[in-house]
Design a protein around this ligand. Structure first.
Ligand code: PAF
Length: 281
């Protein structure tokens, strides 16, 4: 596996790489990321290349967010990528990616006003800007993203559609701990007590889906059921949002139907955990 740290070396690598399947990450990799790389390997087969990037993107962090304390674990990340089948890691410094006098960014004006975007102003503009830049740099044919960040995935699909970026986007199922907690780099911020309560998020989502499958369709009833579950079992949690939306437009729905999504974000101490569940028959 090759480590590339500069744009010049990346451009040289790209000239001979052929078909590339790309996994953008911010590092601090866990089994969820390893699954993305393994999926990319599957998609690439033995002839195409699998590239991953490791770049903590300052543009997508708000002033009071965890950019400075976001874990940087390059050695371990590289070992995990190599074991999962990556051929190349692009791990540039911030100055390699952003010019000090940069003055262009990408604004997303619809899908990012809801869910996580509502409490993280500018976050998805930062994501769109870096993903567009990474796509321009790596020039992948395909890219994989996890469904845990469902809003990010929907926005990236919109990004490539609206800007005619010729990259096929694949959404990959969320990877979970044995007790159901969605894997996340931020789980390491949880205290033992918070960690013990965190799987409740998944349980509340499953309970809502169960209720929907057995005929409850009113959004307010489904969300009340989830809130009651969390109030009882996640006493340390503080709701940021719990909502039911359309899977593509992310607009809130009064009635749950096929292809709806229930998504939530809950604070546990310093960690803001997100999860979601697709309603599909
Ligand atoms: O999901 C992430 O890790 C990041 O948002 C991404 C897509 C790598 C952009 O920085």
């Amino acid at each position: 596996m090759t480590l590339i740290e500069t744009v010049a070396d990346l451009r040289a690598w790209r000239k001979t790489a052929g078909h590339v399947v790309f996994v953008p990450t911010m590092g601090a990799l866990h089994e969820g990321h390893a699954t993305l790389v393994r999926e990319a390997r599957q998609l690439a087969g033995k002839d195409a290349r699998v590239a991953a990037s490791i770049f903590v993107n300052p543009l997508q962090f708000g002033p009071n967010e965890d950019f400075d304390r976001y874990p940087r674990t390059l050695e371990a990340d590289m070992a995990m990528c190599e074991a999962a089948g990556a051929d190349m890691i692009f791990a540039p410094a911030v100055r390699e990616v952003y010019h000090p006098d940069r003055s262009i960014k990408i604004l997303e004006t619809s899908l990012s006003n809801v869910l996580c975007g509502a409490s993280r102003p500018g976050h998805f503009d930062g994501v769109c800007t870096v993903v567009a830049k990474l796509f321009n740099l790596v020039q992948p044919d395909e890219a994989v993203f996890g469904k845990k960040d469902y809003q990010q995935l929907a926005i990236i699909r919109r990004l490539v559609r609206d800007l005619d970026i010729p990259v096929v986007i694949h959404g990959i199922e969320t990877v979970r701990e044995p007790d159901g907690l969605a894997m996340s780099s931020r789980n390491r911020y949880l205290s033992p007590q918070e960690r013990a309560e965190a799987p409740t998020l998944r349980q509340a989502l499953l309970a809502a889906r169960e209720a929907w499958l057995s005929g409850v369709t009113g959004t307010s009833r489904l969300l009340s059921l989830m809130r009651a579950h969390l109030a009882e079992h996640a006493r340390l949690g503080r709701e940021d949002y719990i909502t039911l939306v359309d899977q593509q437009t992310l607009q809130p729905l009064d009635i749950a139907r096929n292809h709806s999504l229930i998504a939530l974000a809950v604070w546990f101490g310093k960690a803001r955990l997100i999860d979601n569940i697709e309603l599909s028959r």
